[in-house]
Design a protein around this ligand. Structure first.
Ligand code: MIG
Length: 639
C-alpha cells in the first residue's frame, strides 16, 4: 500500500456512531480543497471535468456517482428507480478520483446527509446536513484502492461468514411450514442442483412474533433443523425488530419491564404497526436493550440454527397510532369539504404517505447509554445496532461458532458484524444491471458479504432473466434466489432448462475455492473482492467509463449479459486476456483475445470469464454442497 494520510475534522458536537475504530487526533480548521459553511451546514468541493466519484455503497445509478443527488437516510423503499435518492443503506464514503490524485471523504454522521454530486451544479460536489455535528475524515492517497484500504483500517475489518454461506440459497416469501421447506429441498434434490441454504421468511413465526415459531407449521424446530442438516442444508430464519404488543408474550413483557423499547417524548413506548400488528421497537442503541435482544437469538441457535437475515430494520413503519389518527382526521376534513379535482390528489397523498413517515421518525427517542436522542438524528444507526446486537451475542453465547448474518439496512461499522442484501429489487433487467453496479460500491465500504435477490424480489421473473442473473450472482459472495409471495415462483427446478441451471450452479460450486480465497484475502487485507476496472487499470482512461464489466478477485474479469434477448455483448479488454466461455465447469471453450474492443457471442446458458495475463483460475471438481468441495484438488486454467 502506498502512502495514505487520514485527517479528522470535527464540526459541532457529533453523536458517536461507533463506525470508526481508530483514534485519530482532530486537525484544526477546514480540510484543504473544501469550502465549509457552518451557517449553511454545507461543505463543497470543485470537481474537474475528469473527476470520477466513487462510493456510497448501495444506492441507485452508476458506479461513478457523479450527476445525482443522494440522501443517506435508510429507507424501506422497494422501488429502486433512478429517480430515488435513498435506499436501505447509508454508507457515507466518497472517493474523488482525478487520475493522478485521489481523495476520500468519510462523513461520520448518524442522521440525514445529502450528497449533491454535480446535481445542482455539474462541477460542484456539495455535502449538506440538517445539523452539522459531524466527524469528517479526509483520506489522501494515490489510488482509489489505497483510499479504500485506509478507510477500512479506519472502520475495522469486514465480517467473514462461514464457508457454507458461499453456497447457493433458495428463499421465498411464501414458504409457510416445515413441509414447504422440505418440498423445496426435494425439488433441488430431484433436479440434482447444488444448494446449501433454504430461508425461512416471516411466516414461520407465531403471529409474526419475533423469536417464536408457529406450533402447527413448525412443531419441532430442533428436529427439523437436524433433519435438514442431514441433507446438508442450513435453514436461515428472518428476524424483524418490532416486538408484538401482547400481554403474556415474553419479549413484550421483558421489554416493558426492562425499559428496552423506544419511547416518545412523554415517556410512553412508541406504538407502531408492522407485520405483527401493533409493536414496540427495541432500543438497539442502548447497550442493555441490545444485550437483551441479542441473547434471544440463542433460542434459535440452541435449536441448531446457524444463520439469520435481519429485516425491516430501517426501521420500516407501516404506521403509528398518531399518523393513522391524523390521516383519518385529514380524510374526514376532506370528505366534509368540496373535494374538487385537487382533492383526488390530496386523498391519495393522505392515504399513501402514512408509512415510513418522517414525522414518525421524529416521534421517538433512544436512551443512547445515557444520552436521550431523537430517533431522527440517529436514524441510520438503528439497523447497525440491530446487527451489532446479533453479532455481539454470537461472540458471547456461541464462541468459536461461525454464524451467518446479514441485514437489510446498514451504516458503516455494521460491516464488522455481518453482510447485507440489497433488499426488495424487481425482476427487471435494469435491476440486474443495477446489481452489477452496486457490488463494487458495496465492496468499497467494507460490505464484502453481499448480493441481491437473484431473479428479483417483486414482479414476475422470466426464465431468461433468471438465467442471466444466476450467471452474474454466481460471482457474488451472497448468492440467494428470493422472491415475493405474489410473484411467479422462481425456484430453479421450476423452469424448463433445468439442465442449464444445474450446470450453472455446479459452476458456482467449482468456483467456490477461488471465490472464498479471494473473499477472505480481501477481508483480511482490507481490500476489495469485486472491483471496477478503473481501480486496477489506472492508466487506461477508457476504464473509467466501464461499469458493466468487473474484476472479481485479482485473477479474473467478468462481463455479464444483462439485456433481454441479447445473443452476445461488447467487451472492452484493457489488456490481452484469455476468454473462457463456460457452459458447465467441465464444458467451456477458450480464446485468447487481444486488448481492445470485441463483440463476443454469449448464448443464454453461457458465462464469460476472462483470465488476466499471468493469472490462473482454479476450479474444483463437482460438489452438491460446499462441504463436499475438495479444496485441495483443484485444476487450474492458466491465463
Ligand atoms: O414488508 O418478510 O425485504 O426480503 O421477503 C416486507 C417479508 C417484509 C421485506 C424483505 C423481504 C421479505 C419480506 N420483508
Amino acid at each position: 500500500m502506498s502512502e495514505t494520510q487520514i485527517k479528522k475534522y470535527t464540526y459541532g458536537t457529533p453523536i458517536p456512531t461507533d463506525a470508526v475504530v481508530m483514534d485519530i487526533p482532530v486537525t484544526a480548521g477546514d480540510p484543504a480543497g473544501w469550502k465549509v459553511s457552518k451557517a449553511d451546514k454545507t461543505m463543497t468541493h470543485a470537481m474537474s471535468q475528469d473527476t470520477v466519484v466513487y462510493g456510497l455503497g448501495e444506492t441507485v445509478r452508476g458506479i461513478n456517482k457523479r450527476g445525482w443527488l443522494y440522501t443517506s437516510y435508510n429507507a424501506d423503499d422497494p422501488h429502486h428507480e433512478e429517480g430515488k435518492h435513498s435506499l436501505y443503506a447509508s454508507q457515507n464514503l466518497l472517493i474523488l478520483d482525478d487520475g493522478d490524485k485521489c481523495e476520500g471523504l468519510f462523513v461520520d454522521h448518524p442522521g440525514r446527509v445529502n450528497f449533491d454530486i454535480g446535481y445542482t451544479d455539474m462541477d460542484v460536489l456539495t455535502v449538506s446536513f440538517e445539523d452539522m455535528d459531524a466527524d469528517i475524515y479526509v483520506i489522501e492517497g494515490d489510488t482509489p484502492e489505497t483510499i479504500v484500504t485506509a478507510f477500512r483500517r479506519l472502520t475495522g475489518p469486514s465480517y467473514i461468514p462461514p464457508k457454507w454461506a458461499f453456497g447457493y440459497g433458495q428463499s421465498r416469501w411464501g414458504y409457510k411450514s416445515a413441509d414447504d421447506i422440505r418440498e423445496v429441498a426435494r425439488g433441488y434434490a430431484e433436479a440434482d442442483i447444488p444448494i446449501d441454504m433454504i430461508y425461512m421468511d416471516i411466516d414461520y413465526m407465531d403471529a409474526y412474533k419475533v423469536f417464536t415459531l408457529d406450533p402447527e407449521r413448525f412443531p419441532d424446530l430442533p428436529g427439523f433443523v437436524s433433519e435438514m442438516k442431514e441433507q446438508g442444508i442450513h435453514v436461515i430464519p428472518n428476524t424483524d425488530p418490532g416486538v408484538k404488543i401482547e400481554p403474556g408474550y415474553d419479549m413484550y413483557e421483558e421489554g416493558i419491564a426492562g425499559g428496552y423499547f423506544c419511547k416518545k417524548e412523554n415517556d410512553e413506548e412508541l406504538t407502531a404497526a408492522v407485520w405483527p400488528g401493533k409493536v414496540h421497537f427495541p432500543d438497539f442503541l442502548n447497550s442493555e436493550a441490545r444485550k437483551w435482544f441479542g441473547d434471544k437469538y440463542k433460542i434459535m441457535t440452541d435449536a441448531g440454527i446457524d444463520g439469520f437475515w435481519n429485516d425491516m430494520n430501517e426501521p420500516a413503519i407501516f404506521y403509528t397510532e398518531e399518523t393513522l389518527k391524523k390521516a383519518f382526521e385529514d380524510l374526514d376534513e376532506l370528505r366534509a369539504s368540496e373535494m374538487g379535482i385537487q382533492g383526488f390528489f390530496t386523498f391519495k397523498d393522505i392515504a399513501g404517505s402514512i408509512d415510513n413517515s418522517p414525522e414518525d421518525y421524529r416521534r421517538f427517542y433512544h436512551d443512547y447509554d445515557g444520552m436521550r436522542v431523537c430517533h431522527d438524528r440517529v436514524h441510520n444507526l438503528y439497523s447497525f445496532n440491530m446487527t451489532k446486537a446479533a453479532g455481539e451475542a454470537f461472540a458471547r453465547n456461541n464462541p468459536g461458532q461461525e454464524i451467518l448474518l446479514f441485514s437489510r439496512a446498514s451504516y458503516t461499522g455494521a460491516h464488522r458484524y455481518g453482510g447485507v442484501w440489497i433488499g426488495d429489487n424487481m425482476s427487471w433487467w435494469s435491476h440486474l444491471l443495477l446489481n452489477i453496479k452496486q457490488m463494487p460500491s458495496l465492496n468499497m465500504t467494507g460490505f464484502l458479504y453481499s448480493g441481491a435477490d437473484t431473479g428479483g424480489f417483486g414482479a414476475d421473473v422470466t426464465e431468461d432473466l433468471m438465467m442471466r442473473w444466476v450467471e452474474f450472482s454466481m460471482f457474488t459472495p451472497l448468492f440467494r434466489n428470493h422472491s415475493a409471495w405474489d410473484t411467479r415462483s422462481q425456484e430453479l427446478y421450476r423452469f424448463k432448462r433445468i439442465d442449464d441451471f444445474r450446470h450453472l450452479i455446479e459452476l458456482r460450486y467449482a468456483l467456490i475455492p477461488y471465490i472464498y480465497d479471494q473473499f477472505v484475502k480481501a477481508a483480511r487485507n482490507d481490500t476489495m473482492y469485486i472491483r471496477p476496472l478503473a481501480f486496477v487499470y489506472r492508466d487506461d482512461k477508457r476504464c473509467r467509463t466501464i461499469e458493466d464489466q468487473l474484476l472479481v478477485g485479482d485473477q479474473i474479469m467478468i462481463a455479464p449479459v444483462y439485456e433481454q434477448n441479447a445473443a452476445g455483448r461488447y467487451v472492452y479488454l484493457p489488456e490481452g486476456m484469455k476468454m473462457l466461455r463456460f457452459r458447465a465447469y467441465d464444458d467451456y471453450d477458450e480464446e485468447d483475445l487481444t486488448a481492445g474492443d470485441h463483440y463476443v457471442p454469449v448464448a443464454l446458458n453461457e458465462v464469460l470469464i476472462f483470465i488476466r495475463p499471468g493469472c490462473r483460475l482454479p476450479l474444483a471438481g463437482p460438489a452438491k454442497r460446499v462441504g463436499e468441495i475438495d479444496f485441495e484438488n483443484l485444476t487450474y486454467i492458466q491465463g
